[in-house]
Ligand binder design. Structure first.
Ligand code: F6P
Length: 546
């Protein structure tokens, strides 16, 4: 039996009516009416974080209705099903068990009758031994020199998580160790990552769940040749390792399975940073710090299972996201970390949110009747304030914003951190309350400028303030918070958050076009006329007959 669709939930029509009512009320009016009660009712302290929803277009009744809808949609049961290893990835008939990646030793989580937790810890142990040996210099390259550079080759989930986290946790990385990431099949990516590296001091980590992704395999072959040309065939054994679920393909590629770190089909790419996919991160920050990242994730897993829905951070985040998207109709969301280290967080979250929930059919294949995932984008503050925040404040599209900050700096310098956080708080205020024409006139603004300078406000935002500085543990909590928020949204939308069939068509078409672009003989072209012409033009440019 399929779960109840969003518009079949008993609370749905009350939510629709309620959304219509709130659409006509400004955030300032809500604040004027409810005053400080909003802070008590719409902000939550949990797990070392303050989630402030007071500047969203919601009231306590909104949250009550959303939580009721979540119960009606069977959210607690769906969460339990995920933790129990049921095949919640319906279209691929697989569990989605990223929570097993951080389950404590001794826990039992069975997949098709097998407890996978010992397997997880066995791989973590091998990763720790290897990472430790690289870091200490006990593991050396083919020419006997220690490895000081790590080049991670992978794309999508095999890139974004490790890269985002390695940049985020650079303050905890081993000094003198350089981490580079190659993802794009544009040769410039590999060139830029390796141009100043000595192959003798470089470890290549090829990360691919399937070990068949075009971009990754092309880059991996080129990197292998780069190593072998400089150091000879032996370099593959000492200067390259693989992370994959497919041992046969790893062996066929020429990497000894002894040098492979495995994971499993029940780990989705975008949920995989806590698995062996995080090997290059572990080499950078060390096994202990990596363990702290996993502990942070585990803390939010426990919170998801234990906290009542109305006091559960990822549940509230997910429900408010559904509210903004499906009831108020906001098409995008901006993620604005007030933390320079989280520069790649928006890119990471783009995959997590949009590959998971950018879906148009429900679990049974019927079309959804409500908008699903928003377009997610963002940049760290304060940088964005001097560019696209103009649109956030005065543009014609209302963009719900999510501001993320840490109470303490990683690198204390003068007044920097106070100024950074002052800006974060200021943005939430300016977005919500704006500055009206009367106030400008009172301040003496010339009449011909008033309309241009007025900020309407009434633009919703969430502020997430994390206690302390950015640590591996805090990053782990943030990652799991988002993973579970995406799950909550997916349950409400009734979709499969764990498949990604939409990316396949482009891959297939690119394969055929690559053959046509590179064929020695002019190929017979059967595309639309414009594409045919572009293919011919490219063949000519590359000196091939047309
Ligand atoms: O093309 C999409 C995708 O399958 C992502 O879901 C995944 O993270 C990425 O490609 C990389 O896949 P792989 O790890 O198998 O190379």
């Amino acid at each position: 039996m399929r779960p109840r669709a969003l518009d079949e939930l008993p609370s749905w029509s009350a939510l629709r009516t309620h959304a219509d009512e709130l659409r006509g009320r400004t955030l300032r009016a809500l604040w004027d009416e409810e005053g400080p009660r909003r802070a008590a009712a719409l902000a939550l302290d949990a797990r070392g974080m303050r989630l402030d929803l007071t500047k969203q277009r919601i009231t306590p009744r909104t949250l009550a209705l959303l939580v009721a809808a979540a119960r009606e949609a069977g959210l607690p049961q769906r969460v339990a099903a995920m933790f129990d290893g049921e095949e919640v990835n319906v279209s691929e008939r697989r569990p989605a068990l990223h929570v097993a990646l951080r389950a404590p030793r001794g826990t039992r989580i069975a997949v098709r009758g097998r407890n996978v937790v010992p397997d997880v810890h066995e791989v973590l142990g091998r990763m720790a031994a290897f990472a430790g040996a690289v870091r200490s210099g006990a593991h050396v390259g083919a020419s006997g020199r220690p490895l000081r550079n790590v080049v991670n080759i992978g794309i999508g989930g095999s890139h974004l998580g490790p890269e985002m986290a390695t940049i985020a946790l650079a303050a905890y990385a081993k000094e003198g160790l350089r981490s580079r990431f190659v993802s794009n099949v544009d040769g410039s990516d590999l060139w830029a990552a390796t141009r100043d590296l000595d192959p003798a001091e470089t470890l290549v980590v090829v990360v691919s769940k399937t070990f068949s992704t075009l971009e990754t395999m092309e880059n991996a072959r080129a990197a292998r040749a780069w190593l072998v040309d400089a150091l000879g065939e032996d370099a593959v054994a000492s200067n390259a390792v693989a992370v994959s679920t497919d041992e046969r393909r790893v062996r066929d590629f020429g990497i000894d399975p002894q040098r492979m770190f495995g994971f499993w089909d029940w780990v989705g790419g975008r949920y995989s940073v806590g698995s062996a996919v995080g090997l290059s991160l572990m080499i950078a920050i060390g096994p202990e710090r990596f363990g702290e990242l996993l502990a942070g994730m585990r803390e939010i897993d426990e919170h998801l299972r234990e906290a009542p829905l109305e006091r559960c951070l990822p549940v509230l985040l997910g429900l408010v996201s559904v509210w903004n998207r499906s009831l108020l109709g906001h098409p995008t969301v901006a993620v604005l970390p007030y933390c320079a280290e989280l520069a790649r967080l928006p890119a990471y979250l783009q995959q997590l949110e949009m590959e998971s929930n950018g879906k148009r059919v429900m679990l049974d294949g019927a079309p959804v009747r409500w908008p699903t995932a928003p377009v997610l984008w963002g940049e760290p503050g304060t940088n964005g304030q001097h560019s696209f925040h103009q649109l956030l404040h005065q543009g014609t599209e209302v963009v719900p914003a999510e501001l993320i900050g840490f109470s303490e700096p990683l690198h204390p310098i003068g007044r920097h951190h106070d100024l950074l956080l002052a800006n974060m708080l200021a943005q939430a205020q300016a977005l919500a309350f704006g500055r009206g024409a009367e106030e400008l006139r009172t301040a003496g603004v010339p009449e011909d400028q008033v309309a241009h300078r007025a900020c309407p406000g009434d633009r919703p935002s969430t502020t997430l303030l994390v206690d302390g500085p950015l640590t591996p543990h805090a990053l782990g909590r943030l990652i799991a918070l988002w993973e579970h928020r995406v799950l909550v949204e997916g349950v409400m939308w009734g979709i499969d958050s764990f498949d990604q069939w939409g990316v396949e068509l482009g891959k297939e078409l690119a394969g055929g076009l690559a053959d046509e672009l590179t064929a020695t003989e002019p190929p017979e072209l059967t595309h639309d006329a414009a594409t045919n012409e572009l293919v011919r033009r490219l063949r000519r440019a590359r000196g091939r007959a047309v």
